[in-house]
Design a binder for this molecule. Structure first.
Ligand code: NAG
Ligand code: NAG
Length: 203
């Protein structure tokens, strides 16, 4: 009986021990092995009028470990501006996963953020970004779901018409931004923070 159970567990473990165990994969586990060394700022200061700032840093004591995104948005008078960070790399093929999940908490007057994805090495202008807005959960940590199907093509903050869709098998940039909101009803400005435990792909 025990031997049977042992064999069953061993077989189950070997069948399911690839990276899609339980249908999820950590992309960044800041509570575990991942740091923020590879994340680079990408804020509106890439343009001459930009005055915003963002940084992603580790926050750690003996009990816990996570990343904190600090943003300061100094928008133009029309609301345009962004403050963000991104990590460029050839990410694992995420075919078969349906969404990104972030476990996070927002503090500050504004909690409007977006995840900005790029694919196929098209990591710079004039190539589109694939973006999805989300509200950082205020006060309590919570998980935010970002379905891949809801990432829309954008160029400089405006949704664009294209038949090009996000290729989750070839993601080459993952970014987090506090957005200004020039084309949105809410225009954000000032400081915002997002504490992040992890980012996963989930099926
Ligand atoms: C961006 O797109 C243009 C054409 O749309 C392409 O020629 C160029 O290589 C791309 N560059 C990067 C780095 O994404
Ligand atoms: C998208 O594809 C359809 C059908 O092929 C085409 O008619 C349309 O012009 C395309 N749209 C864009 C923005 O490329």
């Amino acid at each position: 009986m025990l031997l049977t159970a042992f064999l069953f567990l061993s077989i189950s473990a070997s069948v399911f021990s690839d990276s899609t165990t339980n249908g999820e994969k950590y992309i960044f586990d800041f509570t575990g092995p991942d740091g923020v060394e590879e994340w680079q700022e990408q804020s509106d200061t890439v343009r001459s009028v930009g005055m915003s700032k963002a940084v992603l840093v580790m926050h750690q004591n003996t009990e816990y470990k996570r990343a904190v995104f600090f943003a300061l948005l100094n928008p133009q008078t029309d609301g345009s501006g962004f403050a963000g960070v991104r990590d460029l790399r050839a990410y694992d093929d995420l075919t078969g996963y349906t969404k990104l999940q972030l476990r996070c908490r927002a503090q500050g007057q504004f909690n409007g953020f977006k995840v900005v994805l790029r694919h196929k090495g098209l990591n710079n202008d004039p190539n589109f970004t694939f973006e999805q807005l989300f509200e950082g959960p205020q006060n309590e940590f919570a998980v935010r779901d970002l379905p891949f199907s809801e990432f829309k093509a954008f160029f400089h903050g405006r949704e664009v018409e294209t038949n090009d869709t996000l290729d989750v098998s070839q993601i080459t940039s993952i970014g987090i931004q506090m957005y200004g909101g020039v084309f949105l009803p809410v225009k954000q400005s000032g400081p915002a923070t997002l504490e992040i435990d992890w980012i996963k792909a989930v099926n």
